[in-house]
Design a protein around this ligand. Structure first.
Ligand code: C5P
Length: 258
């Protein structure tokens, strides 16, 4: 089940894929009233550390900490505790770290949030990286089932471990919505508005399509970062997502957060 309470703005996660903190902070200042969250990944975190996260949060921005933890359960539990203390809204781990590792992350997040009276972040599992294909799964990892079946299997394992949802490619959303019961968050990168360049993304959907087939959150980077008018680019995406789709028979709440 998806989260119907999110506004359209809440659903947009802007990837802060920029070279320096000045640019990142500038983007937060410019767009925080239009987008729900900012994604801090390995590049920015390695260069500027947790301080960049604290600065974004102190400006009123929400943060998805995209560090994809993958280590022994004890280490991932400790990293998860720190992510909660940092105040991030979403963080993630690799499902291939296994059931015990995912359980440790989910439990540490829950217990730390309760102990410190902080909101518990959404903890997501990355199933199979979209840079892998069926051939590399088979040849390198010796995983012989189809990509879709493996993704479905890892998503169910993640749910069993207490993860709140998964990061998935747009192509997997429908299958996940069909195969997984109960509340489960789906966040998807790899989206491209029809008016934007595809860059290096291959199996893409438009943001509106991704939301209509069941994504709760969409991650957008270059279509906004490279736009001449970034606010206008975000507004166009919001508008497209808000448009009712008669075929799907569904409408999403309109209007950006003020
Ligand atoms: O610029 P673009 O919209 O392609 O940015 C997408 C963001 O989502 C980047 O930060 C990229 O690393 C991330 N991502 C992705 N595909 C995945 C996982 C993460 O594009 N499978």
């Amino acid at each position: 089940m998806r989260n119907a309470e999110l506004t359209v703005s809440d659903r947009i996660v802007l990837a802060l894929d920029v070279d320096n903190d000045r640019e990142a902070i500038g983007l937060v200042a410019e767009l925080k009233d239009l987008v729900g969250m900012f994604k801090v990944g390995h590049q920015l975190f390695t260069a500027y550390g947790p301080d960049i996260v604290r600065r974004i949060i102190s400006m009123g921005g929400r943060v998805f900490l995209d560090l994809k933890y993958h280590d022994i359960p004890n280490t991932v539990a400790k990293a998860s505790t720190e992510a909660v203390k940092l105040g991030v809204s979403i963080f993630n781990v690799h499902a291939l770290g296994g059931l015990d590792m995912m359980k440790a992350a989910a439990l540490a997040a829950k217990e730390t949030a309760e102990k410190l009276h902080l909101p518990c972040p959404i903890v997501l599992a990355v199933t199979i990286l979209t840079s892998m294909d069926e051939r590399s799964l088979r040849k390198e990892l010796k995983i012989s089932r189809s990509l879709q079946r493996e993704v479905g299997h890892l998503a169910r394992l993640a749910q069993r471990a207490g993860m709140h949802g998964v990061v998935s490619s747009p192509q997997e959303i429908k299958m996940l919505r069909k195969g997984i019961r109960g509340e489960f968050v789906v966040l998807t990168p790899g989206v491209r508005p029809a008016w934007a360049a595809t860059d290096d993304q291959k199996r893409i959907m438009t943001p509106a399509e991704a939301v209509h087939v069941g994504a709760d959150y969409i991650v957008v980077g270059r279509p906004v970062l490279k736009a001449e008018d970034r606010r206008e680019a975000v507004r166009k995406i919001l508008e497209e997502i808000s448009m009712p789709r008669t075929a799907a028979g569904s409408k999403y709440p309109t209007g950006a957060r003020k």
